[in-house]
Design a protein around this ligand. Structure first.
Ligand SMILES: [Fe+2]
Length: 588
């Protein structure tokens, strides 16, 4: 049975294909059309899903979409009636959503087939149920607490659910305009981070701030019996502008969230690219602090209703790895499962798996243990891309390749590492990564100056061998998808100076041999040379979506000051790198 899952006309549009209950392939459209956070129809992703299983669009049995414009309609109408100025906007939005529901026509057009050939059944699933489904049905558990939170989806910002066997029973929803994601976005915009997806940057800025505005933030968002509520005077009224808007070309744009009251209280908003002041850092600190307080309040409420150890969690806010890393100290939950695409691209697998398990009552069989669900490329395709680019290269067997790359990294070189299937979700986890020595104090500056050009305050992340995590970090709970931040043990901080953030933490990736043998063995080879079972791992890109195809990796290698490219079995050394040139001679 083939089920196609879709997130469409929403940020991070994506497609996933589930065959007999197993997620076989999944990809966000941005990786294929190179348009970051693309929010249109994921036509290329759909084609890639079908190619991956050798199917035609007419072979699909079901198509499931992680959005349902009919969900929570009474709440939407109630809000519109109570706010007459917003009714026109409400009607306009609803008309647009109606046209986007015609999945059959959209797919027929994208695949250039007659819609009469399409025999699939169509399913629409409420946004947050799809989020929770993406976590629970990929987890190993038969029972769990389900939690989802983000800016908004189908008029809801937060959902709690009982997950058991094949079913997800919604226990509670927090409706708009009350949204923890909106609070985060609003303060991000106020301090000059105005693009969709900038929240992660501000999370990195927060530890540079001091506790100056925490009490003020407590006035803006407060816990309540129903979850939490916002002081709406600090926000532009919901519906008074276009909110998060997807332009006709798929670009996702945010309209201003904060009101004049923010300016009265905190002064002029920071303009993007202006100098960051202590005020901005203190606001980031207070924001992260208050976000965590409300998050733990919600989780503790959930645990009171469902006293169980296991938490399946998703939604854009579940990418807040700092909060995730603290939840074991602040709540009774003992284990989390957060699938790698916790944000909106993950809706595609959530909707597809929900159809399989909850609608069709098929048995549970999927435990998603790694993120390698994307495209892969043959050695011959990679080699012809290298030849087209006019690069000299050597082809190496597995062990010599690992030894050569480990030696380059140990010597301080920056390596582009392109292997196997691309990761699903926003993190590079050892298949489309840029790798470097985690213990060189200047490596963060080197990477920023040469390749990444990121804000000075953003940390780089460590990949660590699973067996060494307890030696280096204060927490043992695995973080296979780089979604937890833990404190680094004091005695190890100097060995991890390039990945030790200002608050002595790291957003780690726990690497096991079972899930990525090549990457694991590379870190082992590096450990044999340096004694450190860790690599600095940042995504393989430069101000663009993470590279997907060999040509994109080669282009990124050539236009940046990366020293080495290890792409499949091929090793490329950049001309002019004297250390690299010493250790290998190029292929004729
Ligand atoms: Fe979402």
């Amino acid at each position: 049975m083939l089920i196609l899952g879709l997130n469409m006309f929403h940020a991070d549009a994506s497609a996933a294909i589930v065959r007999d209950g197993e997620v076989v392939f999944a990809v966000a459209e941005e990786r294929l059309n190179r348009h970051k956070h693309f929010g249109g129809f994921p036509a290329l992703a759909v084609k890639a899903c079908l190619d991956a299983v050798g199917a035609k669009i007419s072979d699909l049995d079901h198509v499931a979409v992680g959005q349902d414009s009919d969900a929570n309609l009474a709440k939407k109408v109630q809000y519109a009636l109570a706010n007459p100025a917003k009714i026109l906007n409400f009607i306009r939005l609803r008309r647009r959503k109606e046209t986007l529901r015609d999945v059959r026509s959209l797919l027929a057009k994208a695949l250039q087939v007659d819609s009469s050939q399409l025999r699939f059944q169509e399913h629409h699933l409420e946004h947050h149920i799809a989020h929770i489904a993406s976590a629970y049905y990929c987890s190993p558990w038969e029972k769990a607490a389900g939690f989802s939170y983000d800016g908004s989806g189908d008029f809801v910002s937060t959902m709690m659910a009982r997950c058991q066997d094949n079913d997800i029973e919604v226990l509670d929803r927090v409706f708009l305009p009350h949204s923890l994601g909106s609070v985060y976005t609003m303060i991000c915009e106020f301090i000059g981070y105005t693009k969709y997806g900038d929240e992660g940057k501000v999370m990195g800025l927060a530890p540079y701030g001091k506790d100056r505005y925490c009490d003020e933030l407590r006035k803006i968002v407060a816990p309540s019996d129903s979850g939490f509520h916002l002081d709406l005077r600090y926000f532009k009224p919901l519906g008074s502008n276009s909110g998060m808007q997807v332009l006709p070309d798929g670009t996702v744009r945010l309209a201003r969230h904060f009101s004049g009251r923010m300016e009265k209280r905190f002064g002029e908003p920071r303009r993007p690219h202006a100098e960051i002041t202590q005020r901005d850092m203190d606001l980031a600190f207070a924001l992260q602090h208050r976000f965590e307080e409300i998050f733990f309040h919600l989780l503790n409420r959930l645990h009171e209703r469902l006293p169980i150890d296991d938490l399946a969690m998703a939604g854009g806010c579940a990418l807040n790895s700092v909060a995730n890393g603290k939840l074991f100290d602040r709540t009774p939950f003992r284990q989390t499962y957060i699938q790698p695409a916790a944000g909106d691209e993950g809706l595609a697998i959530g909707a597809a798996l929900h159809t399989y398990h909850s609608v069709l009552k098929q048995p549970r069989r999927c435990h998603l243990k790694n993120s390698y669900l994307g495209p892969e490329f043959s050695d011959s395709r990679i080699e012809s891309a290298l030849q087209s680019a006019g690069l000299s290269y050597r082809k190496l067997a597995r062990d010599p390749l690992l030894e050569a790359v480990a030696a380059q990294i140990a010597a301080g070189d920056v390596v582009g590492w392109f292997q196997g299937r691309m990761e699903w979700g926003p993190r590079a986890l050892g298949n489309r990564s840029i790798l470097a020595h985690p213990g060189l104090p200047n490596m963060k500056d080197v990477l920023n100056a040469r390749i990444k050009h990121r804000e000075w305050f953003r940390p780089f992340a460590p990949s660590i061998l699973a067996g060494s995590q307890h030696e280096y970090f204060e927490r043992d709970h695995p973080s296979p998808f780089m979604l937890h931040v833990y404190r680094i043990r004091p005695e190890k901080r100097s060995r991890l100076s390039a990945v030790n953030h200002v608050d002595d933490t790291g957003r780690l990736q726990t690497v096991t041999r079972d899930e990525n043998a090549l990457y694991y063995d590379l870190i082992r080879a590096f450990q044999r040379r340096t004694g450190i079972p860790v690599l600095l791992n940042t995504s393989f890109n430069e101000n663009e979506p993470i590279v997907c195809a060999p040509e994109e990796a080669i282009d990124c290698f050539q236009r940046t000051r990366m020293d080495v490219l290890a792409i499949g079995p091929f090793l490329v050394l950049k001309a002019g790198n004297s250390r690299a040139a010493d250790s290998a001679s190029p292929h004729p």
